[in-house]
Write a protein that binds this ligand. Sequence first.
Ligand SMILES: [Mn+2]
Length: 478
Amino acid sequence: MKFACLFLALMSLSVGAFAQRVMPNIDLPPESAYDPDRPPPSFHKQNRERFLSMLPDSSIAIFFANDLKTRNNDVEYLFRQSNSILYLTGLYDEPNAALLLSKFPMPFQNFATTEILFVQPRNALMETWTGRRLGPEGATQKLGVAAATIIDSLQPYLFNELLKTYRALVKRVFISYPAKDYADSDGDYAKLVKTIDARLREDKTLVVQNASPLLGQMRQIKHPIEIDLIQKATDATIAAHLEAIKSCEPNMREYELAAVAEYVFKKKGCEYVAYPSIVGAGENSVILHYNSTRKKILDGELVLMDMGGEYHGYATDITRTIPANGKFTPEQRAIYDLVLAAQDSAIAQCKPGNSFRAPHQKAVEVIAEGLLKLGLIQDKADYRRYFMHGTSHSVGLDVHDPGMAVLQAGQVLTVEPGIYIAEGSPCERKWWNIGVRIEDMILITETGARVMSAALPRKAEDIETLMKEKGIGNLAIK
Ligand SMILES: [Mn+2]
């Protein structure tokens, strides 16, 4: 609907009706002013400088913003910036942008610079419809980049200036692409990305490579500003899980618990879910990434809730599994306590210098041993039938962030063992449809680890106690 209106407005403009439209004032608060705890320009500047210091000589790097994505017809998904642009510039709210970094000073207008940000031009009509734009002037003022111009200049600048006059200085081009599905888009911005990529690759004397590994390496160790934002996402999500746990009762739908959690973490400042909420009851508790959340939660079932908010671009990832009626059955409790023991042992492995695999290896040991004792498997190697995923992944701008081989202070990772016994599994029926995952957020410190989500109860008895309380999901809504 909104673009039909935009079309009409453009028609009006063409006959002059809107020609004198007033430009929204750049001194009005841009969106970043509403959230003063967004990382400051100095953080992004430092990241650009660090990236440049890692960049090989005779190299340039191009980082593309994300594109808008269609949900259906003319309705778009909420815009999410590309990680590279977020990390290197702090340009949160605008698509159609690119950052060019260079190991050597590039000529730009009448000076030389190692960084140029290409952004959308100011446009009174478009800004009235789709939001304020910084424009090149705003980009230098508000984001602190040394140079900025309009995105339409990117291709001519790159090919007619930089790679023409200064060709001898450029041997390598690193590219960071928009989120993957840009390749399927035939929009102008996606075409620009594809054209630049193809034109660079045409020149066989240039080495074109993906910038993501270098950037990923930088993103593994979190800056205190990032840790603070991940903690805020985590605190908001702890509050969200607490309300969902207290609210749970038989005959609710799975989506009601997701709605409670999403309300709470958004109320506490998260702009979005870090990933689609997983709330699976009974037979859905054994599906690792179950998202439909339409089922009615029945008395006696387990409910697995894997839900996390994204705060100013930073994710968190927390899972709790609870008994729908507030009391675990003996079988549910046995599996729950086993997963909890595995998680405790795995968390104890989280310290600097340990292998990233160490927590997983410990979790596997505990779970294999426990399943054997419970008679669920006859051979330890069969643990994979019920625990089929890894125990840890890094978390940062992505909920599955670039990881590392050895744990180091400043890394953030999850510890999330699980046991999932699907209906029809080769074990007694009483175990069927028991799915348990317990997931917490861990910060590796100089001396060990800090559980960032420690304020959310994990022990079975603490969860049962908490479930005696009511939550906001139990309020009657007309
Ligand atoms: Mn996870």
